[in-house]
Design a binder for this molecule. Structure first.
Ligand SMILES: Cc1cc2nc3c(=O)[nH]c(=O)nc-3n(C[C@H](O)[C@H](O)[C@H](O)COP(=O)(O)OP(=O)(O)OC[C@H]3O[C@@H](n4cnc5c(N)ncnc54)[C@H](O)[C@@H]3O)c2cc1C
Length: 482
């Protein structure tokens, strides 16, 4: 019998696991994909928002500001790839400046600090590639960028180290409530999954796009997820100095708008679009999306060249209404819904987790804090962000650090093996942790080698190794007899 089962291994489920491992609880996290962070949390802009663009009376507004503070606080101890680069919301007309003052006041009401309206001259000096037609901007210095998947792996790695069981390739199929557990505990659940049953006192639904399906399994029908697609376009790293800050247009009620940002690994990125789709699996990009993204991004930074685009993807925001839905469902005691976690869910995740923890007592869970918590998780290194002299020392110590598997992103054999040791079982799992395969050649050079290393290190045949889980295997047969 578990005290808590968390359904969903995205950033929200991982953050909840990270928070709850402070308590003496038996916890399991179940995830249907082969690895964590393969849902919405892998496909987003990677921005730690300061909290400038949410209504001050909303839950997401409050949790965004708190999440921003928490991420900045945990970046160093957790070894997160986080950089506080600041954001500019840019006005092109005098009449938009009033809107900037309105955003500033609302953000200050939410507790955002350091905000400043900056002039055309300031912009010319501090953001040289910004369109010279810009007349003013709202500067939010606490905005940052992070690697979203490495954030999830850091949170879940710490949770695992502190006793949380993580079960991947484990899809929740149905849930029995109440007497299903022991015959006398009306609060419990028995969760039937593809890998067996989990009995628990409390169930936390962090299933992202499928949170409504999980809620329906316990008879709750008032949450309905309506996916809102965002297309993103990644530029070559050689343009990494294109901008200094994150650049946003003045937002509309539907969206923060298409922006110019960069990934934590240094690639400029433009997007996302925002439009509703029916299909929760529709991750296609479109010509219209590209046109729309380019036209807004080039208005912000005219030097953006479509020839610099090296990759693109789409993500789906798991939206339900305008705000997050986080509540203990009184009709189903012990069931906590964490649904509708659209943007800024990546930012808010650590604050969402604390909010969830505050609901656990009423969900029937006794919360006793552990006296000690382990913090000795092994850290990874990234050759691509290392000074040459340090890299040389590393290679002297360990020749595998000099065996370069991915040339575009300078990823060594040691890093690939470290990623596998950290839990990567797929090509995407290795890519998300190390960047191997994420460069301009899209893995043409390194895919075969990584497949081979994955097979050797995990002791599985190469035919069992996939790009992102079952159904995406690359090698059909390893027969060599012709
Ligand atoms: C284009 C785009 C850009 C964005 N940009 C930003 C940004 O810059 N900053 C920001 O703060 N936020 C951003 N967001 C929002 C952010 O990405 C999400 O809020 C966040 O990733 C949601 O995390 P999650 O854990 O709730 O969902 P997910 O990551 O989807 O996790 C849910 C998990 O549940 C699993 N699951 C579902 N059903 C089952 C089942 N039956 N059994 C077992 N497991 C199941 C899924 O496989 C999935 O892994 C963006 C979103 C999009 C789409």
């Amino acid at each position: 019998m578990y005290d808590v089962v968390i359904v969903g291994g995205g950033v929200v489920g991982a953050a909840v696991a990270y928070e709850l491992c402070n308590y003496r609880l038996r916890i399991a996290l179940v995830e249907m994909e082969e690895e964590l962070s393969f849902g919405v949390s892998k496909a987003n802009s990677g921005i730690i928002h300061p909290g400038t663009q949410n209504p001050s009376d909303s839950l997401k507004g409050r949790l965004c500001v708190e999440g921003n503070r928490l991420v900045r606080e945990m970046a160093e101890p957790l070894g997160l790839d986080f950089a506080e680069v600041g954001e500019l919301i840019v006005a092109f007309h005098e009449d938009e400046i009033a809107h900037l003052w309105h955003l500033k006041r609302e953000a200050e009401d939410c507790g955002v600090s350091g905000l400043q309206i900056v002039s055309r001259e300031w912009l010319r000096d501090n953001e040289p590639n910004l369109n010279p037609d810009a007349v003013a901007a709202l500067l939010a210095p606490t905005a940052g960028i992070i690697s979203p998947y490495r954030f999830v792996y850091a949170l879940s790695g710490e949770a695992r180290l502190n006793g949380v069981e993580v079960h991947t390739s484990t899809e929740v199929l149905s849930i029995a409530t109440g007497t299903g557990v022991s015959g006398k505990d009306a609060r419990g659940f028995v969760i039937l999954t593809t890998t067996g049953e989990f009995a628990t006192k409390c169930l936390i639904n962090c299933a992202g796009l499928y949170a409504d399906d999980i809620a329906r399994m316990v008879g709750l029908r008032d949450v309905c997820i309506r996916p809102r697609k965002g297309e993103e376009y990644i530029l070559d790293k050689k343009r990494r100095y294109l901008t200094r800050h994150l650049l946003f247009p003045v937002p509309t009620p539907e969206s923060k708008g298409i922006l110019v940002t960069r990934t934590a690994d240094g690639n400029p990125m433009i997007g996302p679009t925002a439009y509703e789709v029916e299909d929760k699996e529709d991750l296609s990009t479109t010509d219209e999306g590209l046109r729309q993204v380019l036209s807004v991004a080039q208005r912000l930074v005219p030097a953006i060249d479509p020839c610099d685009i090296i990759a693109y993807f789409a993500g789906l925001r798991p939206a339900t209404g305008d705000d997050f839905v986080i509540r203990h469902e009184e009709e189903v005691p012990g069931f906590i819904n964490v649904a509708g976690i659209q943007s800024p869910g990546l930012t808010a995740a650590p604050a969402i987790a604390k909010h969830v923890a505050s609901h656990l007592e009423s969900a029937g869970v006794t919360m006793t804090r552990k006296r000690r918590r382990r913090r000795d998780r092994s850290r990874t290194f990234h050759l691509f962000s290392m000074a040459l002299s340090d890299a040389k020392d590393l290679v002297k110590e360990d020749p595998e650090c000099g065996d370069i598997v991915c040339r575009c992103e300078t990823v060594s054999l040691r890093e690939v093996k470290q990623a596998i040791g950290d839990g990567a079982t797929t090509l995407d799992g290795v890519k998300f942790r190390t960047r191997a395969g994420a460069g301009r050649c899209h893995g043409s050079f390194c895919t075969c080698r990584i497949l081979q290393v994955l097979a050797e290190e995990t002791g599985r045949p190469v035919t069992a190794i996939s790009k992102r889980g079952k159904g995406s295997e690359l090698v059909v047969s390893d027969r060599t007899d012709g």
